[in-house]
Write a protein that binds this ligand. Structure first.
Ligand code: HEC
Length: 388
């Protein structure tokens, strides 16, 4: 091609360069210029993701299968946090990665900044019972002791049913423990974690049934930045052929499947929240907040929920899951006992400034004050007088 000065010539060259770049990235396989498929994931969030290559987790293995199908090598951007809007902002929208697996497929979840693949799995609350016992609906729970997580959709769902005895737990782990210790007959808890524990800690002793209903499940998809429509379309094109692989992986990680138990009408009337694909995990907290009735639960259930999520994603590594910690010095359930009226001030000062010499980092660059207050709200729900 001869170079001609002038506008149209350089535009033509530019157009050619752009179209061949698209062609390369779309077909690649083996070419030098193959772009890696950059996946953002939490290094410590099994059954979903882990940076341990021997046990990568459901989402990471889906990412690996996707990258193979796309003909791109995979690289990881590990980001230690439960997924949440903040993580998505920093990693995906911050262009540290191309895709995040397992976001709730809903325009309410950071739309229009985030776009989604089609749904590849359904996540939700599950009913855990002894193997020889099945639950087919809410009426089968009558007269039973049912473990429900604090401020969760199941807790709200059962709140009005006096004939069902609720045993409040703070985590799926505690729900499983309640079953094991015989303090509950059924656990109505977060399914993926229940399934994972059943598989890894309980030798598959329990029957786990996925449920269905508002605020109980959401559709998991792969999220991309708004500008990545081309990648999204390529992913959507290969997802159907990966369905059998994804089903095998779900079984491998113990995720509950099968025909879900429907919890429907009564709950819908109670909540007034729209159904359908849109019920996002981000909304679950709102659902919880709007459904919270009377004094049964603190009004700040939403803050408690998100604070607990931050806590378990970030602080639990040192302070223990759900703040359960046997070493007194770092047992945050003792804040009230230790500081009384000064506990809020001491809390804020410590999380802002940290105590670097003692190994407590400063968090003021990491979390907003609202987030730190929500962690505090969570901690207030677990205060005890003594940890022995
Ligand atoms: C890398 C480990 C680590 C992480 C992560 C961590 N902390 Fe700490 N934290 C510590 C240690 C160690 C201490 C005890 C310092 C001391 O001995 O005075 C502490 C102390 C505290 C205290 C004061 C406790 C008291 O009784 O005086 C608070 C409050 C606290 N941490 C909150 C948090 C919160 C909230 C997070 C998460 C956002 C967090 N920490 C994450 C290690 C950690």
């Amino acid at each position: 091609m001869t170079m001609r000065p002038g506008h149209s010539g350089s535009l033509a060259i530019l157009a050619l360069a752009v179209s061949s770049a698209l062609f390369v990235s779309a077909t690649t396989a083996g070419a030098d210029e193959v772009q890696p498929f950059r996946l953002c994931a939490d290094p410590t969030n099994l059954p979903f993701s882990s940076d341990n290559p021997a046990q990568p987790g459901f989402y990471v293995e889906i990412g690996q299968a996707l990258a193979r199908a796309l003909g791109q090598p995979i690289v990881y951007d590990w980001y230690k946090s439960y997924f949440g809007k903040r993580t998505v902002r920093v990693t995906l929208l911050g262009k540290q990665c191309d895709a995040m697996i397992g976001l709730p497929r809903s325009d309410d979840f950071m739309g229009p900044s985030v776009i989604f693949s089609s749904t590849f799995a359904r996540q939700g609350y599950a009913l855990v019972t002894a193997k020889d016992r099945a639950v087919n609906g809410i009426d089968d729970l009558r007269g039973k002791r049912v473990a429900v997580q604090f401020a969760s959709t199941p807790q709200n769902l059962l709140a009005a049913r006096d004939e069902i005895r609720k045993v409040t737990v703070l985590s799926p782990e505690e729900g499983m423990k309640a079953l094991e210790e015989g303090t509950a007959d059924v656990a109505f808890i977060w399914g993926p974690v229940a399934g994972w524990l059943n598989k890894t800690a309980y030798q598959d002793r329990y029957r786990i049934q996925l449920t269905e209903g508002e605020g109980l499940t959401w559709d998991a998809a792969i999220g991309f930045a708004r500008t990545s429509t081309e990648l999204r379309d390529r992913v959507d094109a290969v997802l159907p052929q990966l369905a059998p692989v994804i089903a095998d992986l779900a079984a491998k990680y113990g995720l509950p499947g099968g025909q879900p138990v429907r919890f429907g009408a009564a709950h819908a009337a109670l909540s007034g929240v729209t159904t359908g694909n849109g019920t996002a995990v981000a909304q679950v907290a709102n659902v919880v907040a709007t459904e919270t009735k009377g004094d049964a639960l603190p009004k700040n259930a939403e803050a408690v929920n998100s604070g607990k999520e931050i806590f378990n994603g970030t602080c639990a590594h040192c302070h223990g899951p759900d703040a359960v910690q046997s070493e007194k010095k770092i047992d945050l359930r003792l804040l009230r006992h230790r500081y009384g009226d000064d506990m809020h001030t001491t809390y804020l000062k410590t999380v802002h400034e940290g105590r670097p010499a003692k190994g407590m980092p400063s968090w003021k660059e990491v979390f907003t004050d609202d987030q730190l207050e929500s962690v505090y709200a969570f901690l207030m729900t677990v205060q005890v007088e003594s940890n022995d």
